[in-house]
Design a protein around this ligand. Structure first.
Ligand code: NAG
Ligand code: NAG
Ligand code: NAG
Ligand code: NAG
Ligand code: NAG
Length: 381
């Protein structure tokens, strides 16, 4: 009976996946079949089956391009958990579903890397664009707390967590995702984000409203170390001035570094229109500026140390600031050590926000003892 079961299963597998194992020690390649072709049919199972089949064997998961393919419709979470030194080659467009926020809120991320040791996610042809499709999410009612839960309940685009290491993301174009493009936490280390183009359009912005200004983050790091962000372009704009926002004005933060972090390098970042460029933001990832719903991904670590920001170009706008530090309501003392901004060109907006490094609320705030921050070569143009 067991044998019969296996032999009936095998042809099904070979139809769904092209699994090639040329030599015993050659890592396998799984080519994901073409998408079903309908936005309402979830293509994620095709991708997750390939990851589960080739991922554990250092294999390649190829999502191939084809002139006739419609985007892969992503209606459920892409889960890289089975990966061990896998190589995901994304050469076709992905389109995230936009009508299932209750599902996405609970899933918490569109692409999950939990306890993954070794994963590369890249596009070699540059055709692997991802449309996060979140414009209606941006325009949801925030009160009473939108899709079941306030500002902190949307999914991140990619969540790298639970001690994941040796993660390399390269050559992707990603736009209009719900919250953080990349959220790195949970003891993750050795992450390289390189050659990325991240864009936000039509975010619903109430100018000066910290909740709405800070939904879109390019990269948010907490409880993580040895992170490099290199050759990245981010351009985050709000829709219109209907609610007080500047037309085409900035929303979000390009790179936010929260507590529990060390050895973070940001190099060659072009940050356009966001409210903040690269900032140390203590406590914003858990509470959010106005308290938020909290409860998930709260950093356990203390302190921020050894941050190098090299060659940041910032073209913000009204109210925007290129560098600096800020902190939300914080119940502990944290220390910020050895943060260097070296070579910041400010095209528009302010060079720096020196955050509330004092007790402005009836709570202990960021403890400034040991604060060592250097700004080198800050260029105002
Ligand atoms: C991280 O690991 C914990 C413990 O195994 C688990 O409960 C949690 O769901 C994991 N996080 C993610 C995002 O998978
Ligand atoms: C990650 O997986 C390893 C086993 O591969 C396990 O020992 C470890 O506890 C896991 N860590 C987390 C944070 O889930
Ligand atoms: C800092 O992180 C980078 C990877 O981003 C790594 O190559 C380097 O060895 C780390 N430095 C230290 C001192 O750990
Ligand atoms: C600085 O970064 C920009 C991208 O933001 C890049 O075009 C430029 O070549 C970089 N400059 C140096 C000296 O690396
Ligand atoms: C933070 O540091 C200040 C000054 O050193 C001290 O008075 C306060 O008790 C500390 N707060 C906490 C929560 O440790």
């Amino acid at each position: 009976m067991f044998h019969l079961h296996l032999t009936t299963l095998l042809p099904i597998l070979s139809i769904r996946l092209t699994l090639s194992t040329s030599a015993p020690n050659t890592p396998p390649t799984c080519t994901v079949p073409p998408p079903n072709g309908y936005e309402l049919i979830d293509d994620t199972p095709l991708i997750n089956t390939a990851i589960a089949t080739c991922g554990p064997f250092s294999g390649t998961i190829l999502i191939p391009s084809s002139p006739t393919t419609t985007p892969y419709s992503i209606r459920s979470q892409i889960d890289l958990t089975p990966c061990a030194h896998c190589d995901i080659q994304l050469e076709a467009p992905l389109l995230v579903s936009r009508d299932e926020w209750t599902y996405w809120n609970a899933a918490h991320s569109i692409i999950k890397l939990s306890n993954v040791s070794g994963a590369t996610i890249r596009s070699l042809t540059g055709k692997g664009g991802i449309d996060g499709n979140a414009v209606d999410y941006y325009w949801r009612e925030r009160w009473p707390w939108g899709y079941g839960g306030g500002m902190n309940d949307g999914p991140h685009f990619m969540h790298i967590t639970n001690s994941s290491s040796n993660i390399f993301v390269e050559g992707l174009s990603v736009w209009n995702v719900p919250r953080r493009f990349f959220r790195i936490d949970g003891g993750a280390r050795d992450v390289l984000l390189k050659d990325l183009d991240l864009r936000v359009r039509d975010q619903w912005n109430v100018f000066g409203n910290a909740v709405e200004e800070s939904e879109s983050f390019g990269v948010e790091v907490a409880d993580a170390r040895d992170i490099s962000i290199v050759d990245v372009s981010m351009d985050f704009r709000c829709a219109r001035d209907g609610r007080g926002g500047e037309v085409g004005g900035g929303v979000g933060v390009c790179v936010a570094i929260d507590r529990g972090t060390s050895n973070i390098t940001v190099e060659n970042l072009n940050c356009v229109r966001a409210i903040a460029g690269v900032a140390v933001m203590i406590g914003t990832s858990d509470f959010g500026p106005l308290g938020g719903s909290g409860g998930r991904d709260i950093p356990v670590g203390h302190d921020v140390q050894d941050v190098l920001v090299k060659n940041l170009t910032y073209g913000g706008g009204i109210g925007g600031w290129a560098t600096g530090w800020a902190n939300a309501i914080e119940f502990r003392n944290e220390t910020v050590r050895n943060v260097v901004w070296d070579g910041v060109e400010v095209l528009d907006g302010s060079p720096v926000l020196l955050g509330e490094c004092a007790d402005v609320l009836p709570f202990p705030m960021l403890n400034c003892i040991g604060l060592e921050v250097w700004m080198v070569g800050l260029l105002l143009t």
